[in-house]
Design a binder for this molecule. Structure first.
Ligand SMILES: [Zn+2]
Length: 155
């Protein structure tokens, strides 16, 4: 219940930006550099505002996880749909030119992701994979799912 309250107040906070004048808003936007607006950054910033602390791009762990939340024994990967070949996703379609090359390359990526995932699980980590399209389509839902996963002991 506390978590849901935190999430809803986060979104109320976001919506309150709607009351700013156009000038104020563009000032706020200009403080955010273009690299900070990727889906991964969006998720990271929201989690931080909700009070979650993490390390990012941890090289010492298999697959260099995007976010590591030690307190929750959890790892979050935010995967690009094309490079990590999100099954069934429209953004994961294989280019028509040089198809065998792409098939081979993406198959290697899938296998590598799977191996990393297994390794992390064997090490006792809870691994959460989020896809960029999920964040783009429904950020609020994705965020609340992530928070629920973090607090779920059963994964
Ligand atoms: Zn996708």
């Amino acid at each position: 219940m506390g978590i849901l309250f935190a999430i809803s107040s986060y979104f109320i906070l976001q919506q309150s930006y709607g009351h700013l004048t156009k000038q104020q808003r563009s000032m706020n936007m200009s403080r955010i550099s273009s690299t900070e607006t990727s889906p991964e950054c969006q998720l990271r910033i929201a989690l931080f505002k909700l009070g979650y602390r993490y390390r990012k791009n941890v090289r010492q762990l298999p697959g260099k996880p995007d976010l590591v939340l030690k307190k929750y024994n959890s790892i979050i990967f935010v995967n690009g749909c094309f490079w990590h070949h999100h099954a069934g996703c429209i953004k994961a379609s294989i280019p028509k030119t040089n198809k065998p090359y792409w098939e081979e390359k993406l198959k290697r990526n899938i296998n590598r992701d799977y191996a990393n995932l297994q390794q992390l699980k064997d090490m006792g980590w809870k691994v959460i994979t989020i896809w960029e399209c999920e964040i783009n389509q429904n950020f609020a839902l994705t965020l609340s799912n992530v928070v629920q996963y973090l607090h779920n002991e059963q994964m």
